[in-house]
Design a protein around this ligand. Structure first.
Ligand code: SF4
Length: 353
């Protein structure tokens, strides 16, 4: 298990004897059907065997380009989607095959914050009803008590309780995301999955929401799975970071190590495209990726990244690299490490063959 790491606010995630959640070789494939007889016409390999854990009070950032499967991971971990294969364990209990009834207690413990705060809020419900709905569904509070708890949640996320009777369209984007956060907190969850929760917001509002999420983590000892494409946001919020490419995790370590010493060519390219000033001291060349992410319907054989990798060899085109520990608490899936290629990359030392 990874050691405690330091987040952007300097708070260390506590070391844990047992992870809050552990995911092993998780796969989520979507069948494609065609015609009125719904004939099978292929499979989208959205998530293709990912493994990670999240400790209590820890934030794991899950980063990658659009379509890499990171949002599907978030939804599958919460069992909003049924996994195709693999296991999901919460505090040591395997919930992979749990039905809706068995999932009820876990629904309380695991909540989600969505990307688009407007689309995710029911426009026909008042903000107070939206935040109080989980309390009603789980019969956690009724009548006056529910309204009091909703008012307290409003205050905690920075909204005036007088706004409880207003409707989503009467709020700004940032306020709507605060409503979504208050709703996610209503049942005192342990894990919150944030699916690009700030990417639809203005930059100034993003900072407020990120700070709110970090304060709430400290106060309620929350664990976050934070799904995002924005490296700066992930860097600010995360203790550890997993980098995804075409359905697979290609690198996973604590955030400082990842940003200072990336050990996967894809991570290196991502970081070089969006340098973060405090990590830019290293002599890192700009790495420009060619082409687009291949389709998850027909992912490339071998290493999924070989069609865009500067360092790809014949082996990469045939054999998928395993995610393994290549330095202390630093996992990467790349054959370079078997071949003793010196790091850092991006120095032109290796070429396509
Ligand atoms: Fe590039 Fe090969 Fe490493 Fe994949 S395994 S990232 S293609 S060098």
């Amino acid at each position: 298990m990874a050691p405690a790491a330091t987040s952007g606010n300097g708070v260390r995630a506590p070391a844990a004897a047992q992870p809050l959640i552990e995911v092993r070789d998780l796969k989520k494939h979507f069948p494609i059907v065609k015609g009125i007889f719904a004939r099978p016409a292929g499979t989208v390999h959205a998530v293709d065997g990912v493994s990670f854990h999240i400790d209590p009070g820890e934030t794991l950032g899950l980063v990658g380009e659009s379509g890499c499967g990171k949002s599907t991971v978030g939804r599958t971990v919460l069992k909003l989607l049924d996994p195709t294969a693999g296991t999901i364990t919460v505090r040591g209990e395997d919930i992979t095959a749990h039905d809706a009834q068995q999932m009820l207690p876990y629904r309380r413990q695991m909540q989600m914050i969505y990307q688009d705060p407007y689309a995710s809020l029911n426009p026909r419900m008042s903000a107070g009803e939206i935040v109080g709905e989980p309390l009603a569904i789980h019969q956690a509070a009724t009548g006056g008590e529910r309204r009091e708890r909703v008012a307290a949640l409003f205050e905690r996320v920075g909204l005036r309780p007088e706004l409880m009777d207003h409707y989503p369209h009467e709020f700004s984007g940032g306020q709507r995301q605060r409503i979504g956060i208050a709703r996610a907190l209503a049942l005192s969850p342990e894990l919150v999955v944030g699916d690009e929760p700030v990417s639809a917001l203005d930059v100034s509002i993003q900072a407020q929401i990120i700070n709110l999420l970090m304060d709430l983590q400290d106060e309620f000892k929350l664990s976050y799975l934070f799904v995002a494409h924005d490296l700066a946001v992930v860097e600010h919020l995360s203790h550890r970071v997993a980098v995804m490419y075409l359905g697979r995790i290609v690198e996973l370590t604590d955030k400082t190590t990842l940003f200072e010493t990336p050990l996967h060519p894809y991570t290196e390219a991502l970081l070089s495209a969006v340098p973060i000033p405090k990590y830019s001291a290293r002599n890192r060349k700009r790495v420009i990726l060619k082409g687009d992410v291949p389709s998850p319907i027909n992912p490339p054989k071998g290493c999924h990244f070989h069609t865009r990798c500067l360092y790809a060899t014949a082996r990469c085109r045939e054999e998928a690299p395993q995610l393994r520990e290549v330095a202390a608490d630093h996992l990467a899936a790349c054959h370079l490490h078997d071949d003793g290629i010196k790091l850092p990359l991006g120095n032109g030392a290796a070429q396509n063959t």
